[in-house]
Ligand binder design. Structure first.
Ligand SMILES: [Zn+2]
Ligand SMILES: [Zn+2]
Ligand SMILES: [Zn+2]
Length: 158
Protein backbone atom coordinates (compact mmCIF):
# COMPACT_ATOMS: atom_id res chain seq x y z
CA UNK A 1 0.00 0.00 0.00
CA UNK A 2 3.01 2.31 -0.03
CA UNK A 3 3.60 4.45 -3.04
CA UNK A 4 7.27 5.17 -3.62
CA UNK A 5 6.48 8.19 -5.74
CA UNK A 6 4.84 9.90 -2.80
CA UNK A 7 5.94 13.44 -2.18
CA UNK A 8 6.35 15.04 1.21
CA UNK A 9 3.32 17.24 1.89
CA UNK A 10 5.52 19.71 3.77
CA UNK A 11 8.39 20.34 1.36
CA UNK A 12 7.48 18.40 -1.83
CA UNK A 13 10.65 16.32 -1.73
CA UNK A 14 10.39 12.61 -2.52
CA UNK A 15 9.99 10.28 0.43
CA UNK A 16 12.67 7.74 1.28
CA UNK A 17 12.19 3.99 0.93
CA UNK A 18 10.02 2.47 3.66
CA UNK A 19 11.95 1.50 6.77
CA UNK A 20 10.97 -0.56 9.78
CA UNK A 21 11.44 0.52 13.37
CA UNK A 22 12.70 -1.85 16.05
CA UNK A 23 9.14 -2.25 17.27
CA UNK A 24 8.00 -3.48 13.85
CA UNK A 25 6.29 -0.32 12.67
CA UNK A 26 6.79 0.72 9.06
CA UNK A 27 7.39 4.31 8.08
CA UNK A 28 8.69 6.52 5.30
CA UNK A 29 10.71 9.61 6.07
CA UNK A 30 11.16 12.68 3.93
CA UNK A 31 14.44 12.63 1.96
CA UNK A 32 15.19 16.08 3.41
CA UNK A 33 15.09 14.72 6.96
CA UNK A 34 18.32 13.51 8.57
CA UNK A 35 18.56 11.75 11.91
CA UNK A 36 21.27 13.26 14.11
CA UNK A 37 22.48 10.58 16.58
CA UNK A 38 24.23 13.24 18.69
CA UNK A 39 21.15 15.31 19.44
CA UNK A 40 18.69 12.42 19.01
CA UNK A 41 16.55 14.60 16.79
CA UNK A 42 15.63 14.71 13.16
CA UNK A 43 17.11 17.68 11.36
CA UNK A 44 15.76 19.23 8.20
CA UNK A 45 12.25 18.15 7.20
CA UNK A 46 10.46 16.30 10.01
CA UNK A 47 7.73 14.65 7.95
CA UNK A 48 7.14 10.99 8.73
CA UNK A 49 4.53 8.88 6.97
CA UNK A 50 3.44 5.88 8.99
CA UNK A 51 2.48 2.95 6.82
CA UNK A 52 0.85 0.97 9.63
CA UNK A 53 -2.90 1.20 9.65
CA UNK A 54 -3.07 2.13 13.30
CA UNK A 55 -1.01 5.29 12.92
CA UNK A 56 -2.33 8.20 10.92
CA UNK A 57 -0.41 11.35 10.10
CA UNK A 58 -2.74 14.27 10.65
CA UNK A 59 -2.88 17.61 8.89
CA UNK A 60 -2.66 19.26 12.31
CA UNK A 61 0.51 20.83 13.59
CA UNK A 62 2.03 20.24 16.99
CA UNK A 63 1.34 23.30 19.16
CA UNK A 64 4.80 22.96 20.68
CA UNK A 65 7.13 22.56 17.71
CA UNK A 66 5.03 22.74 14.53
CA UNK A 67 5.75 19.19 13.32
CA UNK A 68 2.82 17.17 12.01
CA UNK A 69 0.82 15.27 14.61
CA UNK A 70 0.09 11.55 14.33
CA UNK A 71 -2.94 9.76 15.70
CA UNK A 72 -2.32 6.35 17.20
CA UNK A 73 -3.70 3.77 19.57
CA UNK A 74 -1.86 2.49 22.61
CA UNK A 75 -1.73 -1.20 23.48
CA UNK A 76 -4.56 -0.68 25.93
CA UNK A 77 -6.74 0.73 23.16
CA UNK A 78 -6.55 4.38 24.13
CA UNK A 79 -6.42 6.87 21.30
CA UNK A 80 -3.99 9.73 21.32
CA UNK A 81 -2.42 12.38 19.20
CA UNK A 82 1.34 12.57 19.37
CA UNK A 83 3.99 14.75 17.87
CA UNK A 84 5.76 13.01 14.97
CA UNK A 85 9.00 14.57 16.19
CA UNK A 86 9.12 12.32 19.24
CA UNK A 87 11.15 9.23 19.86
CA UNK A 88 12.55 6.90 22.47
CA UNK A 89 16.20 6.50 23.40
CA UNK A 90 16.53 2.80 24.22
CA UNK A 91 20.00 3.15 25.72
CA UNK A 92 19.17 5.92 28.14
CA UNK A 93 15.48 4.93 28.46
CA UNK A 94 14.29 8.47 27.98
CA UNK A 95 11.90 10.10 25.57
CA UNK A 96 13.56 12.25 22.96
CA UNK A 97 12.39 15.08 20.75
CA UNK A 98 9.05 16.72 21.32
CA UNK A 99 6.90 15.42 24.19
CA UNK A 100 3.51 16.74 23.04
CA UNK A 101 0.70 14.25 23.62
CA UNK A 102 -3.04 14.80 23.47
CA UNK A 103 -5.35 12.06 24.74
CA UNK A 104 -8.52 11.64 22.73
CA UNK A 105 -10.50 9.56 25.18
CA UNK A 106 -11.71 12.47 27.22
CA UNK A 107 -13.91 15.12 25.68
CA UNK A 108 -13.48 18.65 26.91
CA UNK A 109 -15.95 21.48 26.62
CA UNK A 110 -15.30 24.98 27.82
CA UNK A 111 -18.06 26.30 30.03
CA UNK A 112 -19.18 29.82 30.72
CA UNK A 113 -19.04 29.19 34.45
CA UNK A 114 -16.51 30.46 36.93
CA UNK A 115 -14.59 28.21 39.30
CA UNK A 116 -15.85 28.81 42.85
CA UNK A 117 -12.32 28.36 44.19
CA UNK A 118 -10.21 30.59 41.98
CA UNK A 119 -12.56 32.33 39.52
CA UNK A 120 -11.07 30.84 36.35
CA UNK A 121 -13.38 29.27 33.77
CA UNK A 122 -14.62 25.72 34.26
CA UNK A 123 -14.41 22.96 31.64
CA UNK A 124 -16.76 20.00 31.30
CA UNK A 125 -14.97 16.71 30.80
CA UNK A 126 -16.53 13.44 29.65
CA UNK A 127 -14.35 10.43 30.35
CA UNK A 128 -14.31 7.41 28.05
CA UNK A 129 -16.60 5.67 30.54
CA UNK A 130 -19.19 8.37 29.94
CA UNK A 131 -18.77 10.03 33.31
CA UNK A 132 -19.13 13.78 33.27
CA UNK A 133 -17.38 16.21 35.53
CA UNK A 134 -16.63 19.87 35.77
CA UNK A 135 -13.04 20.82 36.38
CA UNK A 136 -11.17 24.05 36.73
CA UNK A 137 -9.42 25.02 33.48
CA UNK A 138 -6.21 25.81 35.35
CA UNK A 139 -5.88 22.20 36.51
CA UNK A 140 -2.97 20.29 35.05
CA UNK A 141 -0.59 17.44 35.62
CA UNK A 142 3.12 17.73 36.31
CA UNK A 143 4.69 14.74 34.56
CA UNK A 144 8.04 15.20 36.26
CA UNK A 145 6.77 15.31 39.83
CA UNK A 146 3.69 13.15 39.13
CA UNK A 147 1.31 15.48 40.88
CA UNK A 148 -1.65 17.67 40.04
CA UNK A 149 -0.93 21.33 39.43
CA UNK A 150 -3.11 24.41 39.42
CA UNK A 151 -6.58 24.51 40.93
CA UNK A 152 -7.96 21.20 42.20
CA UNK A 153 -11.68 22.05 41.98
CA UNK A 154 -13.71 19.13 40.65
CA UNK A 155 -17.47 18.69 40.55
CA UNK A 156 -18.82 15.29 39.54
CA UNK A 157 -22.06 15.35 37.58
CA UNK A 158 -24.84 12.81 37.65
ZN1 LIG B 1 9.72 17.06 3.59
ZN1 LIG C 1 6.00 18.72 18.67
ZN1 LIG D 1 -10.17 27.02 40.00
Amino acid sequence: MSNLNDLCPLCNSPLKDPEETKTGKKLQRCSKGVWNPQTHQTEGCLYVKWINDDIKTLKEECPKCGSPLVEMKTKSGKKMKKCSNSGWDREKMVATGCDYVEWLDTKKKELDEDCPTCGAKLVEITTNKGIKMKKCSTAGWDREFRQATGCTYVQWMK
